[in-house]
Ligand binder design. Structure first.
Ligand code: BGP
Length: 461
């Protein structure tokens, strides 16, 4: 039997755009705009307009989450809901009132709020006017928004995160075109990565000015995808090394160590795509490392040498250095197309302990997305999701190994509490401990919710 510390936080993660629905929202984010202009880009044509109706149903949702043993909820404040005027940072009173109600309800249900400030949801106007994250003006507007959040909710919220998975914004919105504005522009993506690192550090600086020497904490949430080489061949090893630098260290190093990895900077410089940075900005990044790190872990990446020669791709793409490798025999979550490899959580724990001064961290997302869960409903309407229980158990065992070696992991946040809207995949894959029938917005506990509640009550796996 594995026992977790009594202080270990059992939580769930979600985001504003994936749960709230767009009721009374003054602005559109990039996904709202994309759905309004191209609904066919979304699974079954289902957009974010209703999501899981959290805007109207939050009291009941929180009640169910508390029943599932969820003691901390990580969600996000939508920039497009809270702010009336992006340039001045003027607050929309309805938006502020909504988040105040939600925070109060969380506290009333014994659920600790963990607030994140950006979950892929750039206001579309800021893309249309400035090119979004490629603009340093947008960096400063983000800091205005962040400062409003700290001021409005900092009296009751102690745990803050600047970004969720900024690397997915780089990849999805600017590099590989999966998310609106669907760009495929390597050099722009490099600048976006820099600007988001800068925005995080500037927001942290603003937070520390408002709350010097308190017990409050601020961090960033990164999707860490450990890169494993396909073979011991030096070419595959070099490919995995670059993948690690580009996929993980690009955000992990500035956030925790206060500087970008020299090896990556040298490569980008040699390729003439290095970001535009000033000494004053780099000093802000150096002076504002995170207090805590959120790690979203779903799958690793297997890597082999690229099948293009360096410099053959113009304009620049990181794909000149590595290629994904479909390792024979790997265990897959077929519905999501992601490898299942719990051991990587031990590897992440070891890496943070050994190379990142044993920074305090949380598993801020981990979970199993499955299609067609109606198949697993029993006679009384409860999804028998034993596969989800097995997934969490295997990952928690791997995490416990890393913690036994001394890694300072403080909690586990399952993705997700309630089935929620998942970007292009809409409601195709379900992740919740709680089922949502989206036709009726009826929510019911799955078998995994009872399992999680027991784990949360006993700390024993
Ligand atoms: C993470 C995101 C979440 C969530 C999750 C599951 O990358 O932070 O928002 O969506 O992945 O992935 P998906 O919804 O694509 O299946």
């Amino acid at each position: 039997m594995t026992t977790f510390p009594s202080t270990f936080m059992w939580g769930a993660a979600t985001s504003g755009p994936q749960t709230e629905g767009n009721f009374h929202k003054p602005h559109q984010n990039v996904f709202d705009y994309w759905y309004a202009t191209d609904p066919a880009a979304f699974d079954a044509g289902v957009g974010p307009d209703t999501a899981s109706n959290f805007y109207n149903d939050y009291e009941h949702d929180l009640e169910l989450m508390a029943q599932a043993g969820i003691k901390g909820l990580r969600t996000s404040i939508q920039w497009t809901r809270l702010i009336a005027d992006f340039e001045t940072g003027e607050v929309d009173p309805d938006g502020a009132a909504f988040y105040n109600r939600v925070i109060d309800a969380m506290l009333a249900h014994g659920i600790r709020p963990y607030l994140n400030l950006h979950h892929f949801d750039l206001p579309v106007e800021l893309y249309q006017q400035y090119g979004g994250w490629e603009s340093k003006h947008v960096v400063d507007l983000f800091v205005k928004f962040a400062t409003q959040c700290f001021k409005l909710f900092g009296d009751r919220v102690d745990d803050w995160y600047t970004f969720n998975e900024p690397k997915v914004v780089v990849d999805g919105q600017y590099l590989y075109g999966w998310h609106y504005p669907c760009l495929t522009d390597g050099p722009k993506a490099v600048q976006v990565a820099y600007n988001m690192n800068l925005a995080s550090a500037k927001a942290i600086a603003a937070f520390r000015q408002l709350y010097p020497e308190t017990t409050k904490q601020i961090g960033i949430i990164l999707n860490l995808t450990p890169a494993y080489a396909a073979s011991t061949d030096p070419a595959d090893q070099a490919a995995a090394r670059f993948a690690e630098l580009w996929s993980n260290n690009l955000f992990l190093d500035p956030a925790v160590r206060g500087h970008f990895p020299a090896e990556l900077v040298a490569t980008l410089k040699q390729d003439e795509v290095l970001w535009d940075a000033t000494a004053a900005e780099l000093a802000i990044i150096a002076a504002n490392p995170v207090d805590v790190l959120g790690v979203n872990y779903y799958h690793p990446v297997r890597v082999q040498r690229p099948d293009v020669s360096p410099k053959s791709l113009q304009p620049w793409l990181p794909d000149i250095y590595f290629k994904e490798y479909a390792m024979p025999g790997r265990v897959m979550n077929v519905d999501r197309g992601w490898e299942i490899y719990p051991q990587a959580l031990t590897d992440i724990a070891d890496n943070l302990r050994l190379n990142y001064h044993n920074i305090p961290w949380f598993v801020s997302e981990n979970g199993m997305g499955v299609a067609g869960e109606e198949r697993f409903l029993n006679g009384v309407g409860v999804v028998q999701d034993d596969y989800r229980i097995a997934f969490m158990k295997d990952h928690l065992e791997a995490l416990a190994k890393g913690m036994a070696a001394g890694s300072d992991c403080r909690g586990y946040f399952v993705w997700s509490g309630i089935d929620c809207w998942s970007w292009n995949h809409a409601y195709h894959n379900r992740y919740g401990l709680i089922r949502n029938d989206i036709h009726t917005q009826t929510k019911t506990l799955k078998k995994s919710a009872a399992w999680y509640a027991k784990l949360s009550a006993t700390n024993q796996l």
